[in-house]
Design a binder for this molecule. Structure first.
Ligand SMILES: [Zn+2]
Length: 498
């Protein structure tokens, strides 16, 4: 059989030219120049009168394609593209790229199987019973519609950057519900899918239809008993049910310095009540969310470790990243970054540097930083007696030691009870100039080591500890994080652009 024979047969079923091309396996831009494509395929084709691509003649009486319900007609495609480009929503996004997601009624599966069964019967040697004979309708819609959407919006289609605006297009048909009901009955009665105790009734979902609706599972005779769709020309065309837009998820990284000894990392809520009004997370998010057009509650804050509410974090600060879904922008100018840093600093509780956009795959730095990295601390400690030379000698440990640390009591509510070995890379002690019983400890430890417990020992739960080494109680008055050895994100001096 020839392409012409298949074309002529499909025409008797009231297939539009584009659907015929799908069954002749046209690819890419072959749908744009149908005259040439048909010629290359050796097919003499009929110019359509229903307004399908390739024809501008419109006929009074509708002649709706029985396979695609005229989804490929110029008038329908134009109406969809019009709805997208005229939507006030699309103008909210400052993105150069778009992607589309198209949702189609399951009704198309009945049509597809109908044609497939008929083609198997008519052309058994050419048509496979296992592999669908057509280019999927969704794929063809994307091939035809995406370039038109891009032209109308003056944007390009995003294939790899994940920075495109997602345009969700939902198409539907008036008979969809009735047909789903029929399909569900059909699947049940033919026992195409076993019902279990939990699932008394089968609902014809897309996955199920893809699985059950093949000529190897259903015969033309069985199918015809339920669906009389083959000779019927539809009265109603497909319609556009909804269009919605979602911006890409972008990632904003930086380093924060915590200047306050009275600020939690994230909202601190105890028994349903807020303990402190602010948190690092909230101060940062409040100052950046407007720029990205995303509501505060949707933004996810993570950092490379965290410090306690009363601990400052100085030096180069702690790396953090914000995951910002449905962003309206994909770029951050140095000037805007500088402005955000400036506004955050006004809080006087934290400051932020190196603010910049990063890729999703860079988030691995934040996660790997938590366990493997070194952290540098300065602890201000008080002893019961004046600090002696012997004490300073004992605590001068350039090669450090390994301590065994039981999960501190204060974090037992969120961490399981274990004893973990933690590396203390080095300890250096100096005496305070003002008070003889005040000790300044500079500690470099493995990330994840609890410093307060390392100092006082927590009744032997951390051993050895600074207290056990000098054999007397040590109290920690104040603790600062001085450095986190993670070279990420890269250094940017945004302030010069302010
Ligand atoms: Zn069609």
């Amino acid at each position: 059989m020839t392409n012409q024979e298949i074309y002529d047969f499909l025409k008797t079923l009231n297939c539009c030219n584009i659907c015929c091309l799908r069954y002749l396996k046209a690819r890419g831009d072959e749908y744009e120049q149908i005259e040439r494509t048909f010629k290359d395929l050796g097919v003499v084709f009929k110019i359509e009168s229903s307004g399908t691509i390739g024809s501008n003649i419109k006929k009074f009486k509708p002649n709706i394609c029985s396979v695609c319900f005229d989804v490929f007609s110029n008038s329908f495609l134009d109406s969809v593209i019009d709805s997208i480009s005229k939507s006030p929503e699309i103008n909210k996004f400052q993105c150069d790229k778009v992607v589309t997601a198209i949702s189609l009624p399951t009704l198309f599966y009945i049509r597809q199987l109908s044609i497939w069964l008929l083609l198997c019967e008519k052309f058994p040697s050419r048509i496979s019973r296992e592999k669908p004979p057509d280019v999927p309708i969704k794929e063809a819609i994307k091939l035809i519609m995406n370039p038109r959407i891009c032209r109308a919006l003056g944007k390009s289609y995003d294939t790899s950057s994940n920075l495109g605006v997602m345009i969700n297009i939902t198409l539907n048909h008036k008979s969809e519900q009735d047909e789903i009901e029929k399909m569900s009955q059909f699947i049940c009665e033919l026992k195409l899918e076993k019902t279990s105790k939990h699932r008394k009734r089968i609902v014809a979902t897309r996955g199920l239809l893809e699985k059950c609706f093949t000529p190897t599972k259903v015969s033309l005779n069985e199918f015809q008993k339920y669906f009389n769709v083959l000779l019927e020309i539809p009265i109603e065309a497909i319609y556009l049910e909804s269009i919605s837009f979602a911006g890409p998820t972008v990632f904003l990284a930086g380093r924060y310095r915590k200047l306050s000894r009275n600020l939690p990392h994230s909202p601190w809520i105890l028994d349903g009540q807020r303990v402190l009004e602010e948190s690092i997370q909230e101060i940062i998010i409040e100052n950046i969310s407007e720029y990205f057009g995303t509501s505060n509650s949707n933004i996810i804050f993570s950092s490379s470790g965290r410090e306690d509410v009363d601990v400052r974090c100085l030096g180069n600060g702690r790396p953090f990243v914000l995951e910002i879904p449905d962003s309206k922008v994909t770029n951050l100018s140095l000037r805007s970054a500088a402005q955000m840093e400036f506004n955050i600093e006004k809080s006087k509780k934290i400051s932020v540097i190196n603010l910049q956009m990063v890729n999703r795959d860079e988030l691995i730095h934040i996660k790997s930083g938590e366990e493997n990295k070194k952290k540098i601390y300065r602890a201000l400690c008080v002893l019961g007696t004046p600090v002696t030379i012997e004490i300073l000698k004992k605590l001068n440990m350039p090669n450090g030691f390994i301590t065994q640390q039981k999960t501190p009591i204060r974090v037992l509510h969120r961490r399981p009870l274990h004893t973990r070995p933690k590396i203390v890379h080095s300890v250096q002690a100096t005496i305070s100039k003002d008070k003889k019983n005040i000790l300044i400890l500079d500690l470099t430890t493995q990330a994840g080591c609890y410093i307060k417990e390392l100092v006082h020992g927590e009744f032997g739960r951390t051993h050895p500890s600074i207290s056990s080494i000098i054999n007397q109680p040590v109290d920690i008055i104040a603790l600062d994080v001085i450095g986190i050895d993670l070279d990420w994100p890269k250094n940017i001096d945004n302030r010069q652009y302010l």
